[in-house]
Design a protein around this ligand. Structure first.
Ligand code: KPL
Length: 316
């Protein structure tokens, strides 16, 4: 099984280098030609538990995909991991993924927020196995070829809607990936509750990400101040009510879970705070903007989600 990692940001680089180190056949498909030549020429650096590992890997850029030979392209049984952020899911990038998936490879989607899956499915060849995933692992990219693995977590994936292939074939494809991941020491879980998992992650991101970005604090600092805690709680209640109307089950997405994530990632800056600090586009439109969309579709109001979305947009 070959794995093509589209996007070599923090998450893509962290998974790709850990997998390559574990012996998996990895090709990075980067957004820039420069990053592809850097990784292909010098390999990547993975910092894990205070140790630094040099890892060799193949790399091409999305514009170079068209020049790949038939035998270099992914085929049935291979995987394409889409690790770019929502803002980078451009038409150009999706055309490259369509080319890569034309011979039957499955596509794993690791985006935060909602709204991207129908777009991805629509851009890929009919019948492509598109699998949503969420990651609770921590990674910090220190340079285009170097990543620090900052927090052990889990990769959870599974079918969202029955695909065009048989359920049995889909299950085998996904179980094979779990075993390749296990060989590289990556803990993965197959779930048939992906809608709940995606909404639960969305709820956590909808509370922690905009508020850490607005207040400029680390995840662990957010609940420490009483007025910030009240704001967190109000944003949680509004978001939870909207997501429940959209199908979130009671067992997923509790207030305790949000606080537990703040504690488990206490020393981290949220991805949204990092984006704001680096002057990058944030994922606000797909997180709180996505919840506001769901609210509109259900005919309910979302004043706090609208407010934090407007404030975060004003920050960049
Ligand atoms: O997923 C995250 C993010 O920063 O985007 C959390 C869970 C908030 C951890 O930082």
């Amino acid at each position: 099984m070959r794995i093509f990692i589209v996007g070599a940001g923090a998450l893509g680089l962290m998974y790709g280098l850990r997998l390559a180190r574990g012996g998996a056949a990895i090709t990075f498909v980067t957004r820039s030609d420069e990053q592809a030549s850097l990784i292909a020429g010098q390999g990547g650096e993975l910092v894990e538990e205070g140790e630094q590992f040099h890892v060799a890997a193949n790399a091409v850029s999305i514009t170079q995909c068209e020049a790949l030979r038939e035998d270099e392209l992914p085929a049935a049984g291979d995987w394409i991991w889409l690790t770019v952020k929502q803002a980078h899911l451009s038409d150009e990038l999706l055309s490259a993924v369509a080319l890569l998936s034309a011979r039957g490879a499955a596509v794993l989607c690791l985006q935060n927020g909602i709204g991207h899956l129908p777009r991805i499915v629509g851009a890929l060849p009919a019948g492509t196995l598109v699998v949503p995933a969420i990651s609770t692992e921590g990674a910090l990219r220190e340079s285009p070829g170097k990543v620090r693995y900052t927090g052990r977590g889990n990769l959870i994936f599974g079918p969202l809607h029955p695909g065009m292939r048989s359920a049995e074939e889909e299950e085998i494809t996904q179980k094979m990936l779990v075993s390749v991941l296990a060989e590289a020491g990556i803990s993965a879980e197959l779930s048939n509750q992906m809608e709940n998992r995606i909404y639960e992650k969305l709820l956590i991101n909808a509370v922690i990400n905009p508020l850490t970005a607005i207040f400029g604090v680390k995840n662990g600092e957010l609940p420490l101040h009483p007025s910030r805690l009240r704001l967190m709680s109000a944003l949680f209640m509004e978001s939870r009510a909207i997501l429940e109307r959209s199908g979130l089950s009671e067992e997923y997405g509790s207030w305790e879970k949000v606080l537990a994530v703040c504690e488990a990632t206490a020393a981290n800056e949220s991805s949204m705070l990092r984006d704001v600090q680096a002057g990058r586009t944030t994922e606000i439109d797909w997180i709180n903007g996505g919840i506001a969309e769901l609210a509109r579709a259900a005919g309910i109001r979302s004043p706090l989600n609208d407010a934090v979305a407007a404030m975060v947009r004003a920050l960049h």
